[in-house]
Write a protein that binds this ligand. Structure first.
Ligand SMILES: [Fe+2]
Length: 212
């Protein structure tokens, strides 16, 4: 079950508007074009559509969070480092809630040690992320982006089970893989309860993209 309740966003946080977020992603695309741009756009659309089907979620805010969750990739080809790059970029802009998403989207399990190692993170950045994730409360926006990250390929939407298989084949699996998959499926079930049905019905073109 989802143990944390939805908490109101910090009213002092200045999240960007949809237009400003779009401009930020367009600028990022000019710095480092790649599949991550279209992945981000699909993730944003998934966040918006699912949020609209749920009560108590703001579709505009959800869209912005989905659009900017990987904004740290604008610095170049990076792996886990994209979390910290996105966090600092958004904090400099005064977008604290988006900065939080830049870190939380990669950790459906609130245990950083269950990810696949430190990747390209320095020990200091790994320690920062670990402390942040362990001490922050996840809200429904964090969970929504964690889910939509798994629903969004650069070519369009997919079911999470396909995403699991693709990632597993490409990068291999490890001792915590099944726990991670189970968590994402729990989050999916949580939003389906709130949305009153399958979230896959909220993702236009999913079937076409799956058999493409
Ligand atoms: Fe992503």
């Amino acid at each position: 079950m989802i143990e944390e309740q939805l908490k109101p966003m910090d009213r002092n946080d200045q999240s960007p508007t949809r237009q400003i977020a779009e401009s930020a992603l367009a600028a990022a695309a000019s710095h480092n074009p790649g599949n991550w741009i279209s992945h981000s756009r699909y993730a944003a659309q998934a966040c918006e559509n699912i949020a609209r089907a749920c009560q108590d979620l703001d579709p505009e805010k959800a869209y912005v969070f989905g659009l900017l969750h990987d904004i740290g990739r604008q610095v170049g080809i990076v792996k886990e480092q994209h979390q910290i790059e996105g966090y600092h970029y958004c904090m400099q802009k005064g977008w604290g809630a988006v900065a939080k998403i830049c870190l939380t989207h990669s950790h459906p399990l609130k245990d950083v040690s269950k990810k696949r190692g430190e990747g390209d993170l320095s020990p200091a950045n790994y320690a920062f992320i670990k402390q942040f994730i362990e001490n922050v409360d996840y809200d429904d926006y964090d969970r929504l982006v964690q889910l939509c990250d798994c629903l969004s390929l650069p070519t369009g939407f997919c079911i999470v089970e396909k995403r699991f298989g693709d990632v597993g084949i490409r990068y291999g699996v490890h001792e915590h893989t099944v726990e991670q998959w189970t968590r994402v499926l729990e989050i999916k079930a949580y939003f389906e309860t709130h949305a009153g049905g399958s979230i896959y019905r909220l993702l236009p073109g999913l079937c076409e993209n799956m058999i493409h």
